[in-house]
Design a protein around this ligand. Structure first.
Ligand SMILES: Cc1ncc(COP(=O)(O)O)c(C=O)c1O
Length: 451
């Protein structure tokens, strides 16, 4: 089995950084200019966390590719970290944007497209009632409020190293001794999450039972498969237990499908017949136009309605002036109808299988202690020999230097992977050629490291 020579890795990384600098002069110049007006030189703080020493500035994107301001062409396997899983600028989405933008963008009144989207969401996810927000973060924030309001319980429960957007209650992890702590570098929390939240490891049924048995937990907020610390599948039978135990203690189950919509048209929920009380999802629903939704059962709707004071429904903490705007909804309708279709998933999942097989073959060829995991049209490789069962194990396996090398090596050869981990998504327009090219570049990166 091969191991990595760390000093060689350091040297290679340095060479890749030089290559990156030489090939991105216009991005560099724009970055220098941007630093004078944008905090950190980027529109949003986390955009400084790419593998190069400055961000690439994009000229345009279409389908599975984008071109930067220096004229470099990239295959995009990041796809806006799922926001552009539809491919960039899909025709039906763009047509809907153009059509609706000319007829009113935000109305503060409902219109018929919203009903059609509600009906389609019912069909896909099986829940009867739906509401619209602009981001998955907001969808999660609002369902947590609803759950606490209905149950009159103060706490929520999440899994170690989950990510559900910038939702205050979720920034909690277990330290090395298994003690809950505010997630390191949690920026200015309004309240320490140890007071609002219980945190346990994914796949730990005993910890779940113990945490909920005190009957102070309003809701469990869960991705059905963890995706934000790599892909972590549930153990066989885990979801049955999660549902049984949440029901037993009167705790709501919220399933966040924002990333696991990679599984199929109805997400993991439809594919595995889950029965959540709430479901949240955002990102690709409108092809990248800000749009998200949350759905819930009739029982939730009834119990919520008995507590709702309509006169204060605009100032009760669940809202957003632009939420449910006409442009988002019309775009969502078109994207669901024409882009995120069963045919798309069929093709994308086949290609993702090919992507995974390609990476696996290289891992085997060089006897690397690495693995690759897949969920629908998403895959991710790990620098550890066996799949982690929970967030704690996954976090311990992170190798920042190796991550950075793989990202920069591929970026310098025209491939964009998702930052922060080694994730790849397939869009409707990704091709066999794109996937084969990735396999070849991945192999080249490995060869450079080992030989
Ligand atoms: C599972 C999950 N839920 C919610 C969100 C929040 O999405 P947004 O940042 O679009 O609000 C994310 C973002 O990465 C996510 O991964």
């Amino acid at each position: 089995m091969h191991t990595i020579d760390r000093s060689k890795l350091e040297r290679l990384l340095h060479l890749e950084e030089l290559k990156f600098h030489i090939e991105h002069p216009r991005s560099y110049a724009l970055y220098q200019r941007a630093r004078k007006s944008l905090h950190g030189g980027v529109p949003m703080l986390w955009m400084i966390r790419w593998a190069g020493s400055f961000p690439i500035f994009v000229k345009e994107a279409k389908g599975a590719h984008f071109v930067d301001v220096d004229g470099n062409d990239y295959i995009d396997f990041c796809l806006g970290d799922t926001g552009a899983m539809t491919g960039h600028a899909p025709e039906a989405t763009v047509a809907a944007i153009q059509h609706q933008a000319a007829r009113g963008i935000t109305l503060m009144l409902p219109f018929e497209d919203a009903i059609q989207v509600g009906e389609e969401l019912q069909r896909r996810f099986g829940l009867p009632f739906w509401q619209f927000t602009l981001t998955a973060t907001d969808a999660n924030r609002f369902v947590l409020r609803m759950a606490r309001m209905i149950t009159e319980r103060p706490k929520v429960l999440v899994f170690n190293y989950c990510y559900h957007g910038s939702v205050d209650e979720t920034f909690i992890v277990l330290d090395e001794d298994g003690t809950p702590i505010s997630r390191p570098n949690n920026m200015g929390p309004q309240i320490d999450p140890i007071y609002t939240t219980k945190v346990i490891e994914f796949n730990d049924i005993a910890a779940l039972e113990m945490s909920l048995s005190t009957k102070d937990v309003a809701a469990v907020l869960a991705e059905p498969v963890m995706t934000n610390i790599g892909i972590i599948h549930p153990d066989p039978g885990y979801h049955d237990e999660l549902r049984r135990i949440t029901r037993k203690y009167g705790t709501f189950l919220i399933i966040d499908e924002t990333h696991t919509i990679c599984t199929g048209p109805g997400g993991y929920t439809a594919a595995y017949a889950l029965q959540p009380d709430f479901l949240t999802i955002g990102k690709p629903l409108a092809g990248g136009i800000p749009a998200a939704v949350y759905g819930f059962t009739s029982d939730v709707a009834d119990r919520f309605d008995t507590r709702l004071v309509v006169e204060d429904s605009d100032v009760g903490g669940i809202g957003g002036t632009l939420a449910g705007n006409a442009l988002s909804i019309a775009t969502m309708k078109a994207t669901l109808e024409h882009v995120l279709t069963p045919a798309f998933y069929e093709k994308a999942i086949r290609l993702q299988e090919k992507f995974t097989t390609g990476v696996e073959a290289v891992i085997q060829e060089f006897e690397l202690p690495w693995i690759v995991k897949r969920l629908g049209n998403r895959s991710e490789y790990w620098f550890r020999p066996i799949p982690p069962r929970n967030g704690g194990e996954a976090f311990a396996a992170i190798d920042h230097e190796l991550d950075r090398y793989m990202h920069l090596f591929t970026l310098n050869r025209g491939i964009l992977l998702t930052p922060f981990h080694n994730m790849a998504l397939i869009s409707p327009e990704t091709t066999d050629i794109d996937v084969d090219y990735h396999t070849a570049v991945f192999r080249e990166a490995v060869v450079g490291l080992l030989v």
